[in-house]
Ligand binder design. Structure first.
Ligand SMILES: [Zn+2]
Length: 148
């Protein structure tokens, strides 16, 4: 997975502040995550994007193959902020904990698929997909600029 330079983080920050929300901040960390309450997204070398995510996404969303999954991963974290509601956030943590209890009984792919379908996760991904779809040219320029 990609490690972002300071210059790239600045490009992403400007993109978000210009096109999405002026208050969201971008920082680096080990993995992708977000602090919904402080409105910060963290980007790093580790992300949930993998073969099972690609397969799931391409089946779930119309023309899924047209969408760069690394940009989807960034938009997904923003999506958590944009779709925040306390009910789904609590539900997400509860369901994730339940999923982890079954880890011995199901395959990694199956675990991943169930994780992507948790309401808060699906809401965040769907938000990212919709934004990308509605701003396709703009998003593809960012993909090129960042060499995603
Ligand atoms: Zn997520």
């Amino acid at each position: 997975m990609k490690k972002y330079s300071k210059k790239e983080i600045k490009i992403i920050q400007d993109f978000i502040n210009t096109n999405i929300d002026n208050d969201i901040k971008v920082k680096t960390d080990i993995e992708y995550s977000c602090d919904m309450y402080e409105e910060i997204i963290y980007l790093g070398p580790k992300s949930f994007v993998c073969e099972s995510f690609d397969n799931w996404f391409n089946q779930k969303f119309e023309n899924g193959e047209k969408y760069n999954k690394r940009l989807i991963a960034i938009l997904h974290e923003i999506g958590h902020i944009m779709t925040l509601n306390e009910e789904t956030q609590d539900d997400r943590e509860f369901r994730y904990a339940l999923l982890l209890l079954q880890v011995d009984n199901i395959s990694i792919d199956e675990l991943n698929y169930q994780y992507y379908e948790i309401t808060a996760e699906l809401d965040a991904t769907t938000w990212g997909y919709e934004f990308y779809k509605n701003n396709y040219e703009l998003c593809q320029e960012l993909v090129k600029e960042l060499n995603l």
